[in-house]
Write a protein that binds this ligand. Sequence first.
Ligand code: DAH
Length: 340
Amino acid sequence: MLELLHKNKQQALSELQRAADSTALKEWRSRHLGKESALMQALGSLGSLPAAERPDIGRRANEIRRSLKAACQQRADELRRAELDATPAAVLDVTLPGRPVQRGRLHIATQTLRRIYAIWAEMGFQVYRSPDVETDEYNFELLNIPAHHPARDMWDTFHADTPGVILRTHTSPGQIHAMREYCPEPIRVILPGMCYRYEQITARSEIQFNQVEGLAVGKNIRFTDLKGTLSDFARRMFGASTGTRFRASHFPFTEPSAEMDIECFLCSGDGCSVCKHTGWLEILGCGMVHPTVLQNGGYDPREFTGFAFGMGPERIAMLKYGIEDIRYFWGNDLRFLEQF
Ligand code: DAH
């Protein structure tokens, strides 16, 4: 038996020297080290040998297996080196500089959001997260928008199969969550997040987009606080000399309601195509929190007042960078994303 194993080993080693490429090497490995090989068969049948011979033969067979494996590895290295040597120098120029590694970056919406968070943090507002999946009650009812009220037309809604469950159409329902959690403490929060609307996708409207809501509740908060705070935000976001104006508007959850415009930062108010020659850009909706909404949040409207606002970071980025089509934001086209 020992003699046979030894002869096999010599045979294998001399065949190995003749294996000239990786295919031949693979064949060799299965012939001499594979399950069907004489060596592995011998190792497998050790149990049927007389007990006295077993340890000796077992040890020798294992030695042979180890040395064949090492020889095979060595042959593979030799072949690999020969292959490299045969490659013409022009193909592999080790003196060439490496290829630059592509660096990732934050999405333009994320960059804008982070800038907005930082400004509001400086002004004492903390981030409050509320869910993307909402109930009709939070998204509408508690915000003073009853079922069948025509005001609902402003928000085309994605409904889940479960009745009453929807994707939030705006970040305003977060106001109710925040109020119910903080009541009766004063509140200074911003509520950022993705919103969803069942819209025709066009250059100007998407079915998903971010909003940043803001909410301040306390005693003696007045419309002048709203104006001062939002004008301060505009100056921090768009430059110290940015002018603002407030136009009367309507939202069911605020009374009175307004929209804030900033002086067009591209033409400084002279009129250009971005501001449609008005000199002003609409940036956000806002207002004093409606008494009904305060009450739904747990606050007594005779004692507490508050202001709220909502803005669209993608819209702000579009104005700032002259992006003409909102579909670029979620289109995942690197040619767009790499510009920021
Ligand atoms: N939720 C409104 C929308 O999606 C935006 C908004 C307007 C939010 C006025 C507010 C607000 O908090 O006071 O159109």
